[in-house]
Design a protein around this ligand. Structure first.
Ligand SMILES: [Zn+2]
Length: 237
């Protein structure tokens, strides 16, 4: 069996199975993940037309909510460049643009990117991975990454790419389901967020912090939630 991706410990225990994926937990840091990862090809096929219809619903309401959130987070942000990683149909990118940001979004779903371009023609959108932007040496003052990291096959490498995309002193707002929340069922695999191959990694507040610190961020704020969702704001050192 593999070692823990986060702490490299080999005390790994099986906790169950779902959708033909074994679920395992690291006894040291409590990171939960699937015992195997889907191939790049499987993921590309899976995400090429991901979620679009559902995301366009309640467009105005969604943009309004995101605008409120971005305005609030702006208090911690000095610069004026914004990137939404996993932007889907682009509501956050559109909202940031309206707040005066030079605004861009990337997503793996070509369908979502096409929809985003049509909805927000003055913003930049690309069907691209973070790793490609890193190669271009692009940097942003304010990065958003909502409900994405649990989908990645290597969250450490992914978080490293996020870190490379943020200017020193810049901020990252990241959300992911909270596997350590009191509302998560004792029978972990029955939790609705456990949906491999869509979700592959399940963090709690402690190991998410460890991950972000490992790639050069310091946590500045963790939003308490009644729902099992982690919402953190971090600054790039
Ligand atoms: Zn671990």
């Amino acid at each position: 069996m593999m070692n823990c991706l986060l702490c490299n410990d080999n005390k790994i225990t099986r906790i169950g199975e779902k959708n033909s994926y074994e679920l395992i937990v690291c006894e040291s840091c409590d990171l939960k993940f699937t015992g195997r990862m889907p191939t790049a090809h499987e993921l590309e096929t899976y995400y090429s037309d991901y979620f679009v219809e559902k995301n366009i619903k309640n467009a105005e309401k969604k943009k309004k909510r995101l605008k409120r959130l971005i305005r609030l987070i702006s208090f911690w942000s000095k610069g004026k460049t914004f990137l939404d990683v996993g932007c889907s149909t682009g509501f956050a990118v559109g909202a940031a643009k309206e707040l005066g940001y030079e605004s861009m979004g990337i997503d793996l779903s070509d369908k979502a990117i096409q929809a985003a371009k049509a909805l927000f023609p003055t913003c930049k959108f690309r069907c691209q991975k973070t790793f490609d932007l890193v190669k271009e040496d692009q940097k942003f003052d304010f990065l958003m990454c909502r409900e994405v990291i649990e989908h990645t096959t290597d969250p450490l490498a992914f978080a490293q790419s996020l870190s490379s995309l943020v200017t020193p002193g810049g901020i990252l707002y990241l959300t992911t389901p909270d596997a350590g929340h009191w509302r998560v069922p004792n029978d972990f695999v029955s939790w609705k967020e456990v949906v491999p191959p869509e979700h592959l990694f399940f963090f709690n507040a402690k190991n998410l912090r460890k991950l972000l610190e490992a790639v050069g961020f310091e946590l500045i704020y963790k939003q308490p939630k009644f729902k099992p969702s982690l919402r953190v704001l971090a600054r790039r050192l």
